[in-house]
Design a protein around this ligand. Structure first.
Ligand code: DGL
Length: 286
């Protein structure tokens, strides 16, 4: 080996080997609350034969207001729980968790199963399309990480990315204030912020926000393209499962399990509205 090669050894990327996994294993999806259901719903639509295990960390909501250390703690316990549940893949259906604890999730999973997050697939897709001024609205925990900007500009450094923290939207959504004057006032106040003045594209950088998609689109009319992140994430999951022959048999009738760390009326109401009345919630304190 040359001296150069000894000093700078080429780090070979370990090729993922998931041959120990079985297509019939469930997919784990988690968020702090109901937001991740927007992703789970899209997974259900795109992959109707997959079993899902959803964890809503309602006891620790909102993640967007928590420290990085706290988020890492919550997310690590959920990851361990989903691994114990024998999941074949984990979808981090939470931007705040992705922005603050993706590295820790990957370390825990240790390459044994695929991990899909909600920021990188969206950032990559955006960066290959024609967008020059992109706005991101997200929680404080996501905006302060700067991960959207870093991730988009890693692929395309000509895109201007402006991120705005919009912390009042999650509580409004969790309170069920859809089509409500309070929510309209909050949306108007945030979207008229100078930071978002020249954007052509808006990323909803929090999985709760697609629940206000109609109101947000109404504000912009056709002036700004609002990105549908849940469908990008669900597509990424399908691609990864397909690539590793991990898609469940089409004859399989999907089964859904829902766990929450605190049984709240709001989660029950909103989750049933999104996922249907037949779901039952199980309390699981981690
Ligand atoms: N849905 C989560 C996200 O995508 C955050 C909500 C919260 O603040 O807990 O960031």
């Amino acid at each position: 080996m040359s001296t150069f090669a000894k000093i700078f050894p080429l780090k070979k990327k370990k090729k993922a080997d998931y041959s120990h996994l079985n297509a019939s294993q469930p997919i784990g999806v988690f968020d702090s609350g109901v937001g991740g259901l927007t992703v789970a719903k899209e997974i259900k639509r795109l992959l109707p034969h997959e079993d899902l295990i959803y964890f809503g960390d309602t006891k620790h909501l909102p993640y967007g207001e928590k420290s990085k250390e706290a988020i890492i703690g919550y997310v690590s316990r959920i990851t361990e729980f989903l691994l114990e549940k024998n999941c074949k893949a984990i979808v981090i259906a939470c931007n705040s968790a992705t922005a603050n604890a993706l590295k820790e999730v990957l370390e825990l999973v240790d390459g044994k199963i695929p991990v899909i997050d909600v920021i990188n697939p969206v950032a990559e897709k955006i960066s290959y399309e024609i967008h020059t001024n992109v706005g991101v609205i997200a929680t404080k925990a996501t905006v302060s990480s700067g991960l959207y900007r870093k991730s988009i500009r890693k692929h395309n450094k000509f895109i201007k990315v402006d991120e705005l923290a919009t912390p009042l939207l999650v509580p409004a959504i969790e309170e069920g204030f859809k089509n409500h004057p309070i929510t309209h006032a909050i949306i108007y106040n945030y979207l008229s912020n100078n930071k978002l003045k020249n954007i052509e594209t808006l990323i909803l950088g929090c999985t709760h926000y697609p629940l206000l998609m109609d109101e947000i689109k109404q504000y912009y009319g056709n002036r700004v393209r609002v990105i549908d992140s849940p469908s990008i994430v669900a597509n990424e999951l399908r691609m990864v499962l397909e690539q590793h022959r991990l898609l469940n048999a089409t004859s399989h009738k999907a089964h859904y399990e829902f766990y929450v760390s605190d049984l709240t009326k709001n989660f029950e109401k909103i989750s049933k509205k999104i996922f249907g009345n037949t779901i039952s919630l199980e309390l699981k304190e981690l």
